[in-house]
Ligand binder design. Structure first.
Ligand code: BTN
Length: 243
């Protein structure tokens, strides 16, 4: 994997987009020491103070007829949750690809795709709170945590980033050949809010239902009050007690 280290950037996603034609290695990982306009899903701001956390975007290409596009972000989320679990942190996945510990967000994944002539460029961004200043953590509008808060120790960012990227690339390799099915059981064990009543917003509508887990394709199964089990391919869930 080619690594590009930036000091200050608005967003590693924006930087990757602006430099796409030059990023021709099979995988390029762009990290920044700080972001001045880090962004999350639904254009929310992502707090990225200097030197405290991981802010990274991985760039690669997939074929135009790609069947696993919706699962790519899930691979990064799984890699991150597994890495945290390996270090004794009980991470869970909030479908589709947030990483939570004890109900608080520790990392988020933003996947963007840009069609090119004969392929699709994929930009998978991850923000992982490693050594974040506790006062800044509290300033985040949602409940958030960091590795420092959970372990009481500061961690070397490179020692977290390197295995994370290794796991992500190996997951992606398997996803390409075998689809999501080999990840289904593990994802289910990491899944937060099973059996809980959730609301789902997908831009058009809000649904309420009970989380019944995920399909072998990585979609969310929501049991609606009508008795219908709805298969959800995108959107944002919220646990009702959080609202
Ligand atoms: C989310 O949970 O909404 C996704 C957060 C993604 C944040 C990362 S930090 C590195 C990359 N650059 C950005 O501007 N965003 C992503």
């Amino acid at each position: 994997m080619k690594n590009i280290y930036l000091e200050t950037v608005d967003s590693t996603q924006n930087w990757a987009k602006a430099h796409l034609p030059e990023l021709t290695d099979p995988f390029t990982c762009i990290t920044a020491l700080e972001q001045t306009a880090g962004r999350g899903r639904f254009n929310r701001p992502w707090l990225a103070p200097r030197g405290q956390n991981i802010y990274a975007t991985v760039v690669f290409r997939v074929p135009r007829l790609c069947t696993y596009l919706a699962n790519i972000g899930q691979m990064m989320a799984m890699a991150c949750a597994e890495l945290l679990q390996d270090r004794g942190i009980p991470a869970q996945l909030k479908w589709p690809n947030d990483i939570l510990v004890q109900g608080k967000k520790i990392a988020g994944v933003l996947t963007e795709s840009i069609p090119e002539e004969s392929s699709i460029a994929i930009l998978v961004g991850i923000g992982l709170n490693v050594n974040m200043d506790p006062a800044l953590l509290r300033a985040i509008s949602q409940p958030a945590t960091s590795i420092l808060e959970l372990t009481g120790k500061t961690h070397d960012l490179a020692e977290v980033l390197q295995p994370l990227m290794g796991k992500f690339v190996s997951h992606l390799d398997l996803l390409k050949t075998a689809g999501f099915a080999p990840f289904h059981a593990k994802f289910e064990t990491l899944l937060a809010f099973r059996g809980k009543t959730l609301t789902l917003r997908d831009g058009h509508q809000t649904l309420t239902g009970i989380c019944q887990g995920i399909t072998t394709g990585g979609y969310l199964k929501l049991l609606l009050p009508s008795g219908e089990v709805k298969i959800i391919s995108s959107g944002e869930i919220n646990y009702l007690s959080d609202l």
